[in-house]
Design a protein around this ligand. Structure first.
Ligand SMILES: [Zn+2]
Length: 270
């Protein structure tokens, strides 16, 4: 999990230019400014029913903007490239380490057409998260946001996942169990959002999958070797990956859990 730094994007000018290719410049600038104001609002709180009906622009324009996202023109390609480059290392929704190439509309364009090319609404994620989240954004009953927003949810980098690796008599220690344990210090709305994010994206089972593979690799590399060397390597990897991906990334959670588990260390060295 990672928070992508603040809502200061380098691409609004590009977004305005893309709009200018299809509408009058003054109107494009006005739409851009209006979206910025509205987006800042919906990031703070889920849009209340009373606040949503006023579109940032006319319906015909909203359709035009939605269509723009799929246009194969140079400006839109450039805009998408900029979005992908913000988090080149990993998926901010689940923490999977790979350069995410799919782009999610945080507020889906089916419902929020005017945000289709608004860069504050675009985030590069892994294909699994994109496929799982789809057009979901908020709870239809309560309007509460269901997913973390990597641009504005500053608590994303906090530690709210614990990893528990228990002994399995049949398979040794091959099944790390990532437990979702959000801090009770989180305000209720944030607590609920973390909960629904983890549950809906099935983050815990994905972490378990990543963890199993990492444990297999560790066993392959360290079986029969010196304990002190393994411990030193785990501490080093924890520090290094923490610097790049944050101390709360799944790999660091795994390393710290191994370091506190002598039986597991024995298992890796056997
Ligand atoms: Zn993901």
């Amino acid at each position: 999990m990672i928070q992508i730094s603040p809502v200061v994007f380098a691409e609004p000018a590009l977004q305005i230019e893309a709009l200018c290719d299809y509408i009058d410049r003054a109107e494009a600038v006005a739409i851009g400014a209006n979206l910025g104001i509205r987006f800042a609002h919906y990031n703070l709180v889920a849009p209340a029913a009373a606040l949503t009906p006023t579109p940032a622009c006319f319906n015909a324009r909203m359709e035009m903007i939605r269509g723009l996202y799929d246009k194969q023109c140079a400006r839109i390609r450039e805009l998408k490239r900029c979005v992908r480059e913000r988090n080149i290392e990993l998926c901010p929704y689940c923490g999977k380490v790979e350069a995410p190439i799919e782009i999610d509309h945080i507020a889906p364009k089916s419902e929020w057409a005017e945000y289709s090319i608004y860069t504050g609404n675009l985030v590069a994620v892994c294909s699994e998260c994109n496929l799982t989240k789809r057009d979901n954004y908020r709870d239809p009953a309560t309007a509460a946001r269901l997913f973390l927003n990597p641009y504005v949810d500053s608590f994303m980098s906090g530690e709210f996942v614990h990893v528990v690796i228990s002994a399995d008599p049949l398979y040794g220690f091959d099944v790390p169990d990532f437990e979702f344990v959000p801090s009770v210090m989180l305000p209720p709305a944030d607590y609920n959002r973390v909960s629904t994010h983890f549950k809906r994206l099935e983050v815990a089972s994905r972490y378990a999958r990543f963890g199993v593979n990492r444990l297999k690799l560790l066993k392959l590399s360290w079986s029969g070797k010196a304990r002190a060397d393994l411990l030193g390597d785990l501490v080093r990897q924890n520090t290094n990956e923490g610097k790049v991906y944050g101390d709360n990334c799944w790999a660091c959670l795994l390393y710290r859990s191994i370091l506190g588990n002598n039986n597991l260390i024995d298992y890796i060295l056997r």
